[in-house]
Design a binder for this molecule. Structure first.
Ligand code: NDP
Length: 272
């Protein structure tokens, strides 16, 4: 019997994880089975423990269970602790290990796939939810000149800044961004899921090298349209992040890092 893994979330019907991990397994010659589980709001923890008791070796966790997965774990990486969320679990030596690969997946996509290193750049992250929490540590470790977080709810942004007091990290209200310029602007809000645009002063995008939208498969979102209208050289959505975080989890579980380019190409839906 091959080794078992699964992704759990609610709803789970649109997940690409079984396809991605299936392609990784094929490419690396690893024998594994990777399923998708519709999480139950009442019974999420029992579902995780059941997979483990049936011999499962790990799971990916997606909305809305990342915090509960983090709490269920016995051991948590530094990244997961800062994110207060787990997007991957590993069952080993009787323990549940929690990791968060969302931020490192985003960073790899920006730096390696899109060729835009963060070092010495001014970077703007929109939002202060789970995705931004996951991105903060890897982004700061990449050495930006400045990392600014803008969020509607300033209390949330302030909590983040207080948890990670770092000389290059700054928080800002949207309106205070007016007149400022950034090299890389990342929309890590969930505004695009409902076709909305964060209240970003339009000029902020002028001069940016890259506008990155975390949502994927939605074509040109209002944020990407705004970036396009301001002549931003490079537009990207979050499909590369999705594949890169999966590759990190695969490497963590299996000890072998799969190539991502072909998988990203296969999943990419052109923006226009
Ligand atoms: P959360 O629910 O944790 O946070 C949502 C954030 O979006 C908050 O900061 C909220 O601001 C902000 N927001 C929501 N609507 C608006 C709006 N209309 N204008 C401005 N800000 C808004 O979500 P996540 O952090 O988990 O996810 C964020 C996005 O990233 C989603 O689109 C998700 O699909 C995507 N994602 C993509 C991944 C990938 O692999 N590509 C992985 C993980 C997430 P406030 O606090 O002020 O309410």
């Amino acid at each position: 019997m091959s080794d078992r893994y699964a992704v759990i979330g609610r709803p789970i019907n649109h997940t690409k994880s079984p396809l991605i991990h299936g392609l990784f397994a094929e490419a690396t010659g690893q024998a594994l089975e990777y399923g998708a589980i519709e999480g139950e709001l009442e019974g999420f923890e029992a579902q995780v423990l059941q997979l483990r008791s049936e011999g499962g070796l790990g799971m990916n966790i997606t909305a809305p269970f990342k915090l509960r997965a983090f709490e269920l774990a016995d051991r948590r990486s530094e990244r997961a602790q800062l994110a207060r969320a787990a997007n991957a679990l590993k069952f080993e030596d009787g323990s549940i290990y929690a990791e968060n690969f969302d931020g490192i997946g985003l960073l790899r996509d920006i730096e390696q796939n899109l060729g835009e290193p963060l070092r010495n750049r001014r970077v703007l992250l929109l939002g202060a939810g789970g995705a931004v929490r996951g991105a903060l540590l890897p982004f700061l470790q990449a050495g930006p000149r400045e990392l600014v977080i803008a969020n509607r709810d300033m209390a949330k942004a302030l909590t983040l800044r207080n948890e990670l007091d770092h000389p290059r990290l700054r928080i800002s209200r949207y309106e205070e961004l007016d007149g400022q310029a950034f090299d890389i602007v990342v929309n890590a809000t969930s505004a695009s899921l409902t076709g909305e645009l964060p209240p970003l002063p339009a000029g902020v995008l002028g001069g940016a090298r890259l506008a990155y939208e975390l949502a994927y498969g939605k074509g040109l979102t209002p944020f990407l349209r705004m970036a396009q209208a301001h002549g931003v050289a490079r537009l990207a959505d979050g499909v590369g992040m999705l594949v890169e975080q999966a590759a990190e989890a695969f490497a963590w579980w299996r000890g072998v890092r799969p190539e991502t380019r072909a998988v990203i190409d296969r999943l990419t839906i052109p923006l226009e």
